[in-house]
Design a protein around this ligand. Structure first.
Ligand code: SAM
Length: 271
């Protein structure tokens, strides 16, 4: 898949998803985001970069942790995400900018901590983005990231083949690659980090009903651009197929869909 096309699909897809994102995913992603924050432990006064910040869920947690003497810079490829993130804060220790994670327009050695929650899976070259995170960290600075785990542990994974069967290009060709084995940890090591530690854990994504499950899958996430271009018949078919795929996780009206996350922490070499 052409990297520029993938970036465009991501950028404009997340533009479409932005208004639905927090309703759909806020509570579902909390287990991964909170573990990543605990593992990275931002300190008062630190300067934090939040890569692929989306609506700023993690950036706001980081801003509270670093306090007024610290700062948070949130970056994202989607203008709509950056606009929402900017609109969500009044604090003056936090700023958001539209930027591709693989080419950060930020100074070398200018951050203490680089975070990235649920972002690297969407990038054509996640290792390039990790190298960029490493570049902008000061020597000895820390990084932390979380990604979805293995495809077979994520009960919602059928969303990709269901959408890809109806659009010309694959939406997220390598989505689960980083969730396998030590792939995320190894990518951090190859990108120049040391002291890489990795943990993997299971969670459940709770949806109140079929509409909430489908809205999260189709409207609030990475396939939103493709969904926007479906005919009404394609929408109905894709929705029915997706609900059939998560039927094993239905409990009456609600759905409790399994998911797995991987969290990695690492440091830039001290010298
Ligand atoms: C699932 S959201 C995660 C948002 C946020 N980190 C959170 O935890 O809520 C994924 C984000 O990655 C962003 N993204 C995808 N590709 C990117 C790239 N190449 N550079 C920067 N951001 C990117 C999307 O625009 C989207 O906002």
């Amino acid at each position: 898949v052409d990297a520029r096309l993938q970036r465009r699909v991501q950028r404009y897809g997340w533009d479409k998803a932005a208004e639905h994102y927090e309703t759909s995913w806020r509570s579902q992603l909390w287990p991964a985001q909170s573990r990543m924050m605990a593992a990275s432990a931002p300190l008062a006064g630190e300067h934090v970069l939040d890569v692929a910040c989306g609506t700023g869920l993690v950036s706001r947690l980081a801003a509270a942790a670093v306090g007024p003497s610290g700062s948070v810079t949130g970056t994202d490829i989607s203008a709509a995400m950056v606009a929402r993130a900017s609109g969500s804060v009044a604090a003056n220790n936090i700023a958001f900018r539209r930027m591709d994670a693989e080419a950060l327009d930020l100074r070398d050695c200018s951050f203490d901590l680089a975070l990235c929650a649920l972002g690297y899976m969407y990038m054509p070259d996640p290792e390039a983005a990790m190298r960029e995170a490493c570049r902008v960290l000061r020597p000895g600075g820390r990084a932390a990231a979380t990604v979805w785990g293995r495809r077979e542990r994520c009960g919602w994974a059928s969303i990709f083949p269901i959408v890809d069967a109806r659009v010309q290009s694959e939406v997220c060709p390598l989505f689960f690659r980083l969730g396998n084995g030590d792939a995320l940890a190894n990518a951090f090591t190859r990108a120049g980090f040391v002291g890489v530690r990795c943990e993997r854990f299971d969670t459940r994504l709770e949806f109140a009903d079929a509409d909430a499950a489908c809205d999260a899958a189709f409207l609030g996430g990475p396939v939103a651009l493709a969904w926007d271009r479906f005919t009404p018949d394609q929408c109905a078919e894709a929705r029915a197929e997706y609900l059939a795929s998560i039927e094993p996780f239905r409990r009456g009206r609600t759905y409790s869909v399994p998911g797995e996350f991987v969290v990695v922490t690492a440091s830039k070499p001290a010298s």
